[in-house]
Design a protein around this ligand. Structure first.
Ligand code: HEM
Length: 373
């Protein structure tokens, strides 16, 4: 959505559903997914090794799905991606190519090839899933007794309230949220766990485990915010391994602006990227080092520079949800798998970034196992 007015209206509509207090009402549902992901990781790690990137991807996608459509994809239970998620990923991957090749694809759609026709019907399938899910959710809301949100869109689907968004807009927004909220969270959490488990970061892991041991297994999200070292570990992981560290373009408005010694005319596209700002040695001492203790006493410059969720009017709307998943995921993983170590297949090289706007480990996996005491 490039029009600033349209965007601002949409942000105002979503401000309440994405607020911290609203996300807290979904905590039991989120907790169930995180618990399930961690229990599957523990099971696999006990047997041989667990791919935490896979399980966190299922977890974050199930969370985003349930909060968007009011019903879970249950990828954690079924241990595989649903056809809808596979279609959504393909649609994202080929979106640029499709706009370039539109005339060719139109001709191809008349060819009598079943697999080609199936591939080209991707939009129809995505729309029909989104439509069905939203209609079911709407029917449920219309008949439910008592208050309480069942999804981020409940208030827009409630026939007793003002219909501020059309069903088609909700379907579109819901699938956008699944894309925006799944790999981002999964990749950031995976790098966090990897960074803590690296053998040269043993002192970090021990300090984290000590702090985590002060709370019971059933601690709530609000309890976790009192764990200062856990928060520092999350922030440090987001500084070095936040999933979207690339360029975030903005168009300079009106007559332009002055930035330091430069005048930038209106209409010019400018951008910043967290990757370099988060590694500026003038702001972060020894910037490549994973060192959560730097957040125990941050300078104002560090706070200003820290922008893993972007900045300004288009900053990530899912920040409270993402933070809850990161805190809960880290807490529960180290509680449930205190003997976790990196598998030999997980190396600095396998975890090097692949960067297609979102970063990901180039091996597309991150395996851990349990140390035998
Ligand atoms: C660790 C996890 C996450 C990271 C690192 C992240 C990062 C970002 C970044 C960098 C942006 C662009 C901000 C800008 O242009 O200034 C963004 C936008 C956005 N994010 Fe996230 N995100 C995460 C999780 C989530 C979750 C869980 C959701 C919701 C389910 C979400 C929904 C969105 C949406 C809807 C936008 C577009 C906001 C707008 O244009 O107004 N994100 N995110």
């Amino acid at each position: 959505m490039t029009d600033p007015k349209q965007h601002a209206t949409r942000r105002r509509l979503f401000a309440q559903p994405f607020s911290n207090s609203s996300i807290t009402t979904f905590e039991p549902a989120i907790r169930r997914k995180v618990d399930l992901a961690v229990s599957k990781i523990k099971r696999d790690a006990e047997e041989s090794s667990a791919d935490i990137l896979k399980w966190f991807t299922f977890m974050a996608t199930d969370v985003a799905g349930e909060l968007s459509f009011g019903t879970s994809f249950d990828m954690l239970q079924h241990e595989q991606k649903t056809p809808y998620i596979r279609d959504l990923e393909t649609a994202m991957m080929i979106s640029g190519m499709r706009s370039e090749l539109q005339p060719l694809l139109k001709i191809a759609s008349y060819l009598p090839l079943r697999s080609l026709r199936h591939a080209l019907a991707i939009d129809e399938r995505l729309n029909s899933y989104g439509h069905e899910a939203i209609q079911n959710h709407k029917a449920y809301i219309a008949t439910r007794q008592g208050p309480g949100a069942t999804s981020l869109f409940s208030k827009f689907l409630d026939p007793k309230k003002n219909q501020e968004l059309s069903d088609a807009e909700i379907e579109q927004e819901a699938s956008n949220l699944i894309v925006a909220g799944s790999d981002t969270t999964a990749v950031s959490l995976t790098y966090l766990i990897w960074a803590v488990l690296r053998p040269d970061n043993n002192h970090i892991r021990e300090k984290l485990m000590d702090e985590i041991s002060t709370l019971p297994l059933d601690a709530r999200g609000s309890d976790l915010t009192s764990l200062q070292y856990l928060k520092a570990v999350v922030d440090e992981a987001l500084r070095l391994y936040g999933a979207a560290p690339g360029s975030l373009p903005r168009i300079v408005p009106g007559a332009g602006t002055v930035l330091g010694p430069y005048h930038i005319p209106g209409g010019v596209t400018v951008s910043t990227q967290a990757f370099t700002i988060h590694r500026d040695p003038n702001i972060f001492r020894d910037p490549e080092r994973f060192d959560p203790s730097r957040w125990e006493n941050p300078t104002q410059e560090m706070r200003d520079a820290f922008s893993p969720f972007g900045a300004g009017s288009r900053t990530c709307i899912g920040i409270h949800l993402a933070m809850l998943e990161l805190l809960l995921g880290t807490f529960l993983l180290f509680k449930q798998c205190p003997a976790a170590v990196l598998s030999p297949t997980t190396t600095d090289e396998s975890m090097e970034f692949e960067n297609y706007f979102l970063i990901a480990p180039k091996s597309h996996r991150c395996e851990i196992q349990l140390r035998h005491e």
